[in-house]
Design a protein around this ligand. Structure first.
Ligand SMILES: Cc1ncc(COP(=O)(O)O)c(C=O)c1O
Length: 385
């Protein structure tokens, strides 16, 4: 079976992890600090704080932005559910915005109708790796005192107006889950240009302690720590960071390969009328974290039937980006009309794309879609909107 994603991990990552284990320091320590420094330099930000996941990063970003009980936070429904969940962790109210049909991201036109006097933040997601227009969103939000938090879970190495995604943000959260380009098994990073915010984030990830376990260990004198505020255990381990350092060194290669394969998919699929695919926005480039395709209304089989046929041919595809407002966990959350979100989530799917994907494997994916586009089916021909 061709998987939808296979991380590009090898002997170097294994050796780095083994070295961390043999060093005896496996929790958050020197390798986490080195990974943070290297990541900040790669993105072009002053501070990077390593965490146990991007979900943890989104949670801490909302804490750092001062979001509290009853505050409204605008989020796209069309996102992995962690984006909306993080708002609820701080007692906030997620307000679902629709998205643009081409980028699948929030825009001024979709967010503006969602703003109320209680709006305190917007979480701008770089969906599937496509950078969202952060500067435009800031122009809308800054005069109203609304924070903009970037959910860059999928966008490591994507480029926004000439700089890596995250370089412009007040707070940007990245994911290192194995579905992402750069993986540490589980893991996340929160970047910020603000030294005070970074210092607070480092405390918050470690139970609110005013001195890290690593610093206490390094001290020759006893250190009595204090707990300054409610904190969490959101630490990354040194084993993860050791893997992350190796992966970061491969990021340019990872992205270059993705872009070649994505372009090949685009050329092959261009022969099938009406199919649209993920593409670069005018102001930046995507890392092609996930390669989504959108089926036209007159495609003769349903999206789910197409996924079934792909599975039969040995291809593991995934539904497109989920819509949180349609999930049982959010059915009691009120929202305005979300027509584009509902259309995209019903009609799109994600094709296999990873470093070692071969041209023959890509050909199999595309020929299976082409065959479906010609033959139709009896089971699920009606388009799902
Ligand atoms: C847009 C988005 N936000 C947040 C997350 C959560 O990331 P993590 O699994 O690292 O917590 C994901 C993961 O898929 C994501 O795609």
């Amino acid at each position: 079976m061709i998987p939808v994603m296979r991380p590009w991990l090898g002997a170097e990552e294994a050796a780095a992890a083994a070295e961390a284990v043999s060093s005896g320091w496996v929790a958050q320590g020197p390798r986490v600090a080195a990974f943070e420094e290297a990541f900040a330099a790669a993105i072009g930000v002053s501070h990077a704080v390593a965490l146990s996941s991007c979900t943890a990063a989104l949670h801490l970003a909302l804490v750092a932005a001062g979001i509290d009980t009853g505050d409204e936070v605008v989020v796209p429904s069309l996102s992995f559910i962690a984006t909306a969940n993080a708002v609820r962790y701080v007692g906030g109210v997620p307000v679902f915005s629709d998205v643009d049909g081409v980028t699948q991201n929030l825009t001024l036109a979709t967010v503006e109708p969602c703003l109320t006097p209680r709006t305190r933040a917007v979480i701008l997601v770089d969906q599937a790796g496509v950078p969202a227009d952060l500067d435009a969103m800031r122009k809308l939000c800054a005069p109203r005192g609304i924070a903009v938090i970037e959910d860059a879970a999928c966008a490591v190495g994507s480029v926004y107006r000439g700089q890596p995604v995250g370089a412009h943000a007040d707070l940007a959260a990245f994911s290192f889950h194995p579905r992402k380009l750069l993986t540490t098994g589980e893991g996340g990073m929160l970047v910020t240009p603000d030294a005070d915010v970074a210092a607070r984030l480092r405390r918050l990830r470690e139970h609110g302690m005013d001195v890290s376990a690593a610093a206490r260990h390094a001290s020759s004198q006893p250190v009595i720590e204090r707990y300054l505020e409610l904190g969490f255990n959101y630490r990354m381990t040194d084993v993860q960071a050791a893997i992350g350092l190796v992966q970061l060194g491969k990021l340019d290669q990872l992205i270059a390969r993705r872009r070649v394969l994505a372009q090949r998919y685009q050329q092959l699929l261009a022969g099938l009328p009406g199919i649209r695919t993920i593409t670069d926005p005018e102001y930046g480039t995507t890392n092609y974290q996930s390669f989504w395709v959108l089926l036209p209304d007159d495609f003769p089989v349903s999206r789910d039937e197409l996924m079934r046929r792909l599975a039969e041919a040995g291809v593991s595809a995934r539904r497109g980006i989920m819509a949180a407002h349609l999930e049982p966990a959010y059915l009691n959350v009120a929202h305005g009309p979300l027509p584009v979100t509902e259309y995209l989530t019903a009609r799109s799917l994600i094709l296999p794309l990873f470093h070692d994907l071969t041209e023959a494997e890509q050909d199999l994916v595309v020929s299976t879609i082409a065959a479906a586009s010609r033959t139709g089916d009896s089971a699920g021909a009606s388009p799902q909107r």
